[in-house]
Design a protein around this ligand. Structure first.
Ligand code: ADP
Ligand code: MG
Length: 362
């Protein structure tokens, strides 16, 4: 084993990191604490500042404000190689005229490590990414996924303290992406290397990260575990960007010991106990499709009309419309004996017991 788990993990602190290109703000006062050995995803739509933030951590872009601390050391004045940062981009650039093994050994040779030691390390790294048999091939003789693994091996060969990945699976097709995601997560765990993964793909962030920083227009809107971000999004943006959210406009009111949302002309949804992030008044309610149940219409339910039923293997997806015109999706496990509804039927929607809900001031 080349790396020891305890030796390789270092923390990363971002303290009010700010970056402007001319007058345009790309990253706005981002503060994040990433723990040693953690895999954190920077998730957000194109243009929200993910790559800029990663380049600032890497030392490829000098931020206009704030500071970066890696392993307890302020690194703002240090170039990339002195920060111990290893980077893999979407467009892996292997040297085409060098063999796979020579590509992986390249960084070591550049650091004046002797040829035999560099060859050994390169071979170990290729084993680690399960490319041990391909050392004598040329990049053009490999698939995209294989090339990406070689790029990862090359980055890991110089023993970076932090691994920075910018949309590393972007060029791969879906099945290959999943393989690579599992592969990178396995290697990351094995080495205990602190990793920042940039992605615009919420499923990728959800499945790989210990914690996710959801970014919007240069800012981090929420930084938490995948479960917390899915169940308790702190803003409408996060609710919408991560997973599928049903948005229902209405008024929040007190209902016995709990709360309910009165939808415009469309009945009401009882929320049970206290609703987070909310004040009595005009609101938007966000619910997940699996947290709503369909049943008979009634005073205590949202009234909705079934428009479409989509059987998706283990579950059924219902597309419904509320009286207000808002569209709502409901997913139901396709178990034996569960009631099937058909297009045109009017049903009552109620929250499944214990479901989290989010209510935002409108
Ligand atoms: N080199 C640059 N010069 C000027 N503007 C840039 C440069 N790189 C990125 N930007 C702008 O900064 C913003 C954030 O970009 P970027 O960090 O690449 O976002 P993301 O990686 O989330 O797509 C965008 O508005 C982008 O157009
Ligand atoms: Mg980017």
């Amino acid at each position: 084993m080349l790396f020891s788990k305890s030796g390789s993990g270092v923390s990363i602190e971002l303290d009010h990191v700010h970056h402007q290109y001319g007058g345009a703000i790309a990253v706005e006062s981002v503060s994040l604490g990433i723990q040693a050995g953690e895999l954190v995803a920077l998730l957000g739509p194109s243009g929200c500042g993910k790559t800029t933030l990663l380049r600032v951590v890497a030392g490829l872009t000098r931020q206009t404000g704030g500071s970066v601390v890696i392993g307890g050391e302020k690194v703002d004045a240090l170039p990339t190689n002195e920060r111990g940062a290893g980077i893999v981009f979407q467009n892996y650039a292997l040297f085409p005229h060098m063999t796979v093994a020579a590509n992986v050994a390249y960084g070591l040779r550049a650091r004046r490590i002797n040829a035999a030691a560099a060859r050994d390390t390169a071979a170990q790294m290729l084993d680690l990414v399960q490319m041990g048999r391909f050392g004598s091939r040329f990049p053009r003789e490999l698939s995209g996924g294989q090339q990406q693994r070689v790029a990862l091996a090359r980055t890991l060969a110089v023993k970076p303290k932090v691994l920075l990945l910018d949309e590393p699976f972007g060029a791969l097709d879906k099945n290959l992406r999943l393989d690579m995601q599992i592969e990178i997560k396995r290697i990351q765990r094995e080495l205990g290397i602190t990793t920042v993964l940039v992605t615009h793909d919420q499923e990728e962030a959800m499945s790989m990260a210990d914690r996710i920083a959801v970014m919007n227009a240069g800012r981090v809107e929420q930084f938490d575990t995948p479960e917390a971000i899915y169940d308790r999004p702190c803003s409408l943006f996060v609710a919408n960007f991560v997973g599928t959210a049903n948005l229902v406009a209405g008024r929040l009111l007190q209902d016995g010991s709990g709360y309910a949302v009165d939808a415009r002309d469309g009945g009401r949804l009882s929320l049970g106990s206290a609703a987070p992030c909310s004040q009595v008044g005009a609101v938007v309610l966000a619910t997940r499709p699996e947290h709503l149940a369909m049943g008979t219409p009634g005073e205590d339910a949202l009234s909705a009309k079934v428009e479409m039923v989509l059987p998706l293997g283990p579950s059924l997806v219902y597309e419904l419309r509320l009286a207000s015109g808002d569209a709502v999706k409901v997913t139901q496990p396709r178990t034996v004996g569960s009631t099937r509804y058909v297009a045109g039927e009017v049903v009552g929607l109620r929250l499944r017991p214990g479901s989290p809900t989010s209510v935002f001031a409108a």
